[in-house]
Design a protein around this ligand. Sequence first.
Ligand code: HXC
Length: 261
Amino acid sequence: MSDDTITTSIAENIGTLSINRPKALNALNSATLEKLSSRFADLETNDDVHVIVITGAGDRAFVAGGDIADLASRGGLEHYLEFAELIHEVFRQIEVCKKPTISAVNGWALGGGVELILATDIRVAVEDAALGLPEITLGLFPGAGGSQRLLRQISPCQAKELMFTGDRISAREALRIGLVNKVVSREELMPEVMKTAQKIASHSPLVLQLLKRNLTHGQDMPLAAALAHEQAMIGLVLDTADAHEGCSAFLEKRPAEFRGK
Ligand code: HXC
């Protein structure tokens, strides 16, 4: 499955989606966002896929942001709102995806590139990647969900400094402030991402989906409602064949064989 700007592949229950506009450092224009949405939906609805990895083509950029040429070519509020609606919809689609997602940050992640990783669950970056929200230097602000997601994911004072200054930070600094999970060498990037993805994919896909739903929706609720939601969800999980299998396997001292039921 491939086309010009988005390529996908599936192996060992892991779907990999690559943003493929290396000449524009994988910047996201509307056509690419539309393809990203449809290829991502293909992976999300494919039962063979338990975990989805997102990366950028080439060795320079993950995503250098929203496509500035696309933005500059627009005129009129209606057309700007259209772009904002599209990028919001696609990033929200990724954020609420029922399967775990991992960003393999293989180079520049700027503007919309950081906003994209903020919509994924786990992020691994190469040590020479640089990340940042330079929108303010363009007279914009991180408006693809990034201002609100960043504020909720890392310390608010760190989030505000990144957004107000537009500074780029190293992958190590991104690790220090909790924006990425791990920093590895370029050679280690995909092996490390696949190792994590395989570990996740070895667990019950059904329980992973219920856990992800519990986390995605629970984090937007007041604590009492989130706990009630979690209690209902764990009730469902306890009744699955996979929970019975996992507990039996432990007691019988054998590896569990999960079937997603
Ligand atoms: C369109 C882009 C681009 C972008 C790079 N390119 N980033 N095109 N949109 N976001 C293009 C360049 O124009 C150039 O095209 C080619 O990719 C290579 O880029 P260079 O600048 O020549 O490379 P280099 O000197 O190595 O610099 C790399 C860079 C720089 C530091 C990443 O390209 C850069 O600063 N890019 C912009 C980053 C940014 O501001 N992102 C935020 C965008 S706004 P040509 O044709 O000249 O070879 C955003 C908001 C989204 O994300 C949300 C709105 C709702």
